[in-house]
Design a protein around this ligand. Structure first.
Ligand code: CTP
Ligand code: MG
Length: 416
């Protein structure tokens, strides 16, 4: 059966154990590498190819401010997926319930993840989804504890020492068939309404979702967890963020790329610039592709931003597939590469040098088209045109040149 996967990202807790003082921000809002902690997990999950959307659960108190923060993150470092934001509740399981209610009807499978685990890897989440795909109802990652674990009674006396090999420290993300998870939470909610508080706490108060499914006798598969997928729980754990920040020492990183290209006049390609055909000119271009010098310079500038080499390496003119290919197609492929790095384009500045044809009548159309191709607002693109005072090959109307500068932002944590 086709799986339609959504994630529920929990960020509605108080983070009380990780606070040095009551006035401190809850851990999921701490700024780490230029982004609130919760957004790191959101970005990592968003890179899962089969994820269709994400429900973010934020604290109920001061929800409007938290929601604005999340929306700002999504504007600056977009998930490129449907995002729903909903207030959580007092208990962790209340927050999951709130997330479950926000899922769209078509969703069949859910990943539930604690934003207190910002080091989650895409690989781990993919393994969980693979197990769901094979028919499991509930899949959780777990690690064999390094310490021997003992069970104790109220007086601190040991009652049992379970063999370590049979124990697992359980992590998130946890994957579930939506229906099974929904049913388990519904039962817990019913028990809360119909039973005493003490009875609810004894039987239905849990610290992870798998525990609720266990109570409903649903088999829960434990797969190997990831030792790096640590949880920030106590004040001491905050050092984990510091260590990693210090070792890379990077907030969200600005990047810059420059591109330069030249095309010779006199071939048989119609004149095209920035994806716009110049119907009014007889000038023809010599080129392997469509000869769009401006888009070629732009592609090189984008590649420069992500350390992606150059257009000749990516789209060699010895490859027949690129013969007369539209440069807009090449640009779209390049843009995909920048998306993989989660790069956001901050600004693009373009310069064309040509004696002829006249660029100005087409300037606005080119601007519009490039903004559309780059999926950014037109205010982030600038286009200048100049002649070179009759000097050189442009002055002799033998060709045209274009230059492009791009400034981008790349989130520092990128462990897909
Ligand atoms: N969580 C939640 N809603 C709650 C409680 C917890 O969404 N009512 C989330 C937290 O934001 C966290 C995850 O569940 O990402 C795991 O919980 P925990 O580590 O216990 O975080 P907190 O409850 O925030 O911390 P503490 O228990 O120290 O107050
Ligand atoms: Mg808690």
């Amino acid at each position: 059966m086709l799986m339609r996967v959504w994630a529920i990202l929990l960020a509605a807790g108080q983070g009380s154990r990780a606070k040095k003082s009551a006035a401190d921000a809850s851990k999921q809002f701490l700024l780490w590498k230029g982004l609130p902690l919760f957004w790191h997990s959101a970005l990592t999950l968003s890179a899962l190819p089969s994820l269709e959307g994400l429900v973010l659960v934020l604290p109920e108190d001061d929800f409007p401010a938290a929601e604005i923060l999340a929306l700002t993150c999504n504007r600056n470092f977009p998930l490129k997926l449907p995002l729903k934001i909903t207030p959580g509740g007092i208990l962790r399981q209340d927050s999951v319930w709130s997330g479950l209610r926000a899922l769209p009807p078509e969703c069949t499978d859910v990943l539930v993840h604690d934003s207190a685990r910002p080091f989650i890897s895409c690989k781990l989440a993919k393994t969980i989804l693979d197990a769901l795909r094979e028919g499991c109802l509930a899949v959780v990652p777990g690690l064999e504890p390094g310490d021997t674990i003992k069970e104790i009674d109220g007086q601190g006396l040991v009652t049992r020492t379970p063999p370590r090999a049979s124990l697992r420290g359980i992590q998130t993300p946890q994957g579930f068939k939506r229906r099974a998870l929904h049913q388990a939470h519904s039962l817990a909610n019913q028990a809360r309404e119909t039973h005493s508080e003490a009875c609810f706490e004894k039987h239905w108060l849990v610290t992870d979702d798998a525990a609720l499914l266990e109570k409903c006798s649903v088999p829960v598969l434990v797969i190997p967890g990831d030792p790096e997928n640590r949880k920030i729980t106590t004040v001491e754990d905050l050092a984990l963020l510091k260590e990693i920040t210090d070792s890379t020492d990077e907030p969200a990183r600005p990047c810059v790329g420059f591109g330069y290209d030249v095309h010779r006049y006199g071939g048989n390609r119609p004149f095209i610039l920035g994806g716009v055909r110049f119907e009014s000119t007889d000038i023809r271009l010599q080129a392997h592709s469509d000869g769009d010098v401006l888009l070629h310079a732009l592609i090189d500038a984008l590649l420069g931003c992500i350390g992606g080499g150059d257009i000749g390496v990516l789209f060699p003119d010895t490859n027949a597939a690129y013969d007369n290919i539209s440069s807009a197609v090449l640009l779209a492929e390049t843009l995909e590469l920048t998306h993989e790095k989660q790069m956001r384009i901050m600004h693009v500045d373009l310069t064309v040098a040509a004696e002829a044809p006249k660029i100005s009548p087409y300037r606005l159309e080119i601007l519009k088209n490039i903004a559309k191709l780059l999926q950014i607002d037109q205010s982030r693109v600038n286009l200048k045109a100049t002649t070179e005072e009759g000097l050189g090959f442009t002055g002799a109307k033998q060709g045209i040149k274009a230059m492009a500068s791009v400034i981008g932002l790349i989130p520092a944590q990128n462990k897909n």
